[in-house]
Design a protein around this ligand. Structure first.
Ligand SMILES: [Zn+2]
Length: 127
């Protein structure tokens, strides 16, 4: 079953391995298609897997998934999606690049970066 993208976050959360405290889905809507395409492709391989986390880390996508049997095909798909995330705005899905605000890094387009940068400075100035 392909992922229903109208409720992608719930669908991704439902796929997380239960009982693992650290498991989470922590990405914004701009990476929705990137991650859903990835999982739909992995599903089509028919190899059982468990997802531990899907998150943004230092500006890039990080997807932690394990299979009972090692699968080079799955590893390659994940690597490709993580690589592509460096060029996709995590907020809106437009063309993005690495941006920095204070100590934080994210992959964003220009308008989304400006909004995020202003918000994060405001957050730092008001206690
Ligand atoms: Zn954007």
């Amino acid at each position: 079953m392909p992922i229903d993208r109208s409720k992608w976050k719930e669908e991704l959360k439902a796929r997380l391995t239960s009982g693992v405290a650290a498991s989470e889905v922590d990405i914004q809507a701009g990476w929705r298609d990137l991650v859903c395409d990835l999982l739909d492709r992995i599903d089509s391989l028919g190899v059982p897997y468990q997802i531990f986390e899907i998150k943004e880390r230092y500006g890039g996508l990080q997807l932690h998934l394990e299979t009972d049997v090692p699968s080079k095909a799955i590893e390659d798909l994940i690597e490709e999606a993580e690589y592509r995330s460096w060029r996709i705005c995590e907020q809106c899905g437009g063309v993005g690049s690495e941006t920095v605000s204070g100590e934080w890094m994210r992959t964003l387009c220009n308008p989304c970066f400006k909004m995020w940068d202003e918000e994060s400075w405001r957050g730092r100035l008001t206690p």
